[in-house]
Design a protein around this ligand. Structure first.
Ligand code: COA
Length: 160
């Protein structure tokens, strides 16, 4: 089941976000719980951050949004992750399909996302769902734990 994330989902989201199998590929470096409070407040403020739930357990999350003005037909997906305990069961595929369907229902014709070039699992997921690599954002990403910068890819899917 998919629903908008609530304040009460903080602990579950924090625990998935900070998991060592997840955090290398999201937007922030590891941080204490209190600090994540600010990040979480921003995530849920727009009403566009969703969690998926199975028998009361949060199995994954993502945010969606769209650009304004002349790019209002363009939406994007971000902060996308599946709870490591539930990975490899097709959940990301169905979560991404839900996100795309939601954006499509809002009139979006182009869905964008950004993925690290060193995340082959996510790249395979996105390609499987029809996204195409459109370009490289050179040195877009830098983990505090690493000395080097990482290129990102911008990927997009055009909808009818
Ligand atoms: C990427 C992620 C969301 C995939 O979640 P998942 O629920 O395990 O994915 P699915 O089971 O739906 O698999 C979807 C596709 O991903 C790819 N994939 C999944 N696990 C994989 C693995 N261990 N090795 C290679 N490819 C894999 C495959 O293409 C798979 O399709 P297939 O099963 O038809 O081969 C999950 O690994 C995750 O949360 N990773 C950490 C955070 C992250 O990378 N987020 C993306 C930020 S851009």
């Amino acid at each position: 089941m998919r629903r908008q994330a609530a304040v009460s989902d903080f602990d579950a989201v924090f625990s998935i976000y900070m998991d060592e199998r997840v955090i290398p590929f999201l937007g922030y470096d590891p941080m204490p719980r209190e600090e994540f409070g600010t990040v979480y407040a921003e995530l849920i403020a727009g009403g566009n951050f969703f969690v998926h739930e199975l028998d009361g357990v949060i199995t994954g999350f993502y945010k969606i949004n769209r650009y304004p003005g002349r790019a209002r037909h363009v939406g994007y997906v971000g902060s996308f992750a599946v709870n490591p305990a539930f990975q490899g069961r097709g959940l990301a595929t169905s979560m991404l399909k839900d996100a795309i369907a939601d954006l499509h229902a809002r009139g979006v014709k182009r869905v964008e996302l950004i993925v690290e070039s060193d995340n082959p699992v996510a790249i395979a997921l996105y390609e499987k769902c029809g996204f195409e690599k459109e370009g490289t954002l050179r040195q877009f990403y830098k983990r505090a734990s690493e000395a080097h910068y990482v290129d990102d890819y911008i990927m997009a899917l055009l909808l009818e």
